[in-house]
Design a protein around this ligand. Structure first.
Ligand SMILES: *Cc1c(COP(=O)(O)O)cnc(C)c1O
Length: 367
C-alpha cells in the first residue's frame, strides 16, 4: 500500500460486530481476563492506542511503534532506556525541550556532548568509548540544519551505538530515517500528526523489536506516560489527511521562503528546499519534500523582529508548529539567555491559508 492508503486504512481496529466505518473510542480502563484481543489494562494497551501505533509504524516503515503522552515523554524514554553512564552525542541546534530533558533530568546519569551534527568531523571527534546514542534532529529546530542520516548511521554502527532521529519536522511523508540507517524514530505528534494544534502526543518507532525496544516498551508501560484513548482516536483521525496537509505545507513554505529571500528587510532565510541552503543537496538526497517550517533573520535586530510579528494578522505569535494555521515566534525570546539562536530570528510554521493572503500580510508587516 502507498502512504496515502496506509494512512487511511491502517490504524482501524474494528472490534464492533456492527462494523462501523470508524473505530470507536474504547474508554474502559480495564478488560475482562482472557479476552481475544489480549487487552489487560489501559496503561499497558488499549484498542485505540494499538490502532495508532500500527499506523505510525507502517508510515515510518518500522516493525513497531509506541505512543506517548507527549513528544518530550517519547524522547525522554530513549534516554531512560540507555544504560546509566552512557554518552550521548546530540545536536547543538535541537528542540529546546529535549535539550532541557538531557541537561536537567540526566545530569549525573548520562554524559552529553552537543555538537554541530551537520559537521561530520565534529561528530567523529566527539565520540567516546561509552558513546551509546547518536541523537539526530533533521531538519533541526529552529535553524533548519540538515544532518546526513546515512553518514551518521555508519559512525553509529562502527561504535555499536543507537541512532535515533527526531523526525517531527520532516514527517514520514517526506523522510523515513529507518530506511536511511536509523534504529529509532521519534515524533512529537503534537505537531503535524495532530495538525490542528489541539492534541499533545509523541511516538517512537523501531526498525526492529530488539532488546533496546523491550526497554522502551518497559519505560512506556511502567513509566506510564501514555496517551488517552481519546487522544489516540483524534491522532489516528488526523493522520488520515497527513499526506495532503504536508504537500500543502511544503508548497506554501517554499513560496514564502522565496519571497523572504528577495525581501530587502530580510538578512537570511533558512529553508532546506532553497538551493541556497548550505546542505540542500543532502536534504534532497534523503527527503522527498522539505517540510513546512521556515526561519528568517530580520534586519534591525530583535526589536525590529518583534515589531514585524506585532504587525501580522494571519500569523499568530505563539509557540508550537504543524497546525493548519500559520504561527510565528521569535525563538530566542522563548529559549532564554544561553541559547545559540540569533536574537532576530523568526520561526514560521507555514499554514494552509491561501499563500496570496500570507504573502500580502508578510509584505505589509515587513514594511
Ligand atoms: C514539539 C517538539 C518536540 C516535543 O514535543 P511535545 O509534544 O511538545 O512534548 C520534540 N521535537 C521537536 C522537533 C518538536 O518540534
Amino acid at each position: 500500500m502507498k502512504f496515502e492508503t496506509l494512512a487511511i486504512h491502517k490504524g482501524n481496529l474494528i472490534t464492533d460486530k456492527n462494523r462501523p466505518v470508524v473505530q470507536p473510542i474504547t474508554l474502559s480502563t480495564t478488560f475482562e481476563h482472557g479476552n481475544e484481543g489480549g487487552m489487560l489494562y489501559t496503561r499497558a494497551g488499549n484498542p485505540n492506542r494499538i490502532a495508532l501505533e500500527e499506523v505510525i509504524a507502517a508510515l515510518e516503515k518500522g516493525e513497531d511503534a509506541a505512543a506517548f503522552s507527549s513528544g518530550n515523554a517519547a524522547g525522554t524514554a530513549v534516554y531512560q532506556a540507555l544504560e546509566p553512564g552512557s554518552h550521548i552525542i546530540a545536536p547543538d541546534d535541537m528542540y529546546h525541550g529535549l535539550h532541557n530533558s538531557m541537561v536537567q533530568l540526566f545530569t549525573g546519569i548520562h554524559e552529553v556532548s552537543f555538537v554541530d551534527m551537520s559537521d561530520l568531523e565534529a561528530v567523529k571527534s566527539a565520540i567516546r568509548p561509552n558513546t551509546r546514542l547518536f541523537w539526530v534532529e533533521t531538519p533541526s529546530n529552529p535553524l533548519l540544519k540538515i544532518t546526513d542520516i546515512r553518514a551518521i548511521s555508519v559512525l553509529a554502527k562502527n561504535q555499536g551505538a543507537i541512532l535515533a532521529c527526531d523526525n517531527t519536522f520532516a514527517t514520514p511523508v517526506f523522510q523515513n530515517p529507518l530506511l536511511l540507517g536509523a534504529d529509532v524514530v521519534m515524533h512529537s505528534s503534537t505537531k503535524y500528526f495532530g495538525g490542528h494544534s489541539d492534541i499533545l502526543g509523541g511516538a517512537l518507532v523501531t526498525k526492529e523489536k530488539n532488546d533496546f525496544w523491550t526497554k522502551i516498551r518497559t519505560v512506556q508501560r511502567v513509566g506510564g506516560a501514555v496517551p488517552s484513548p481519546t487522544d489516540c482516536y483524534w491522532l489516528a483521525r488526523s493522520i488520515r489527511t497527513l499526506a495532503y496537509r504536508m504537500k500543502g505545507h511544503a508548497e506554501h513554505a517554499l513560496i514564502l521562503a522565496e519571497f523572504l529571500l528577495n525581501h530587502p528587510k530580510v538578512e537570511q532565510v533558512f529553508y532546506p528546499g532553497l538551493k541556497s541552503h548550505k546542505n540542500h543537496e543532502i536534504a534532497a538526497s534523503q527527503m522527498s519534500g522539505f517540510g513546512g517550517i521556515v526561519s528568517f533573520m530580520v534586519k534591525g535586530g530583535a526589536e525590529e523582529a518583534d515589531r514585524v510579528v506585532s504587525r501580522l494578522h494571519f500569523f499568530m505569535n505563539a509557540t508550537s508548529l504543524g497546525g493548519v494555521e500559520s504561527l510565528i515566534e521569535r525563538r530566542a525570546a522563548v529559549e532564554g539567555p544561553d541559547t545559540l539562536t540569533p536574537p532576530n530570528l523568526l520561526r514560521v510554521s507555514v499554514g494552509l491559508e491561501h499563500t496570496d493572503d500570507l504573502l500580502e500580510d508578510l509584505n505589509q508587516a515587513l514594511g
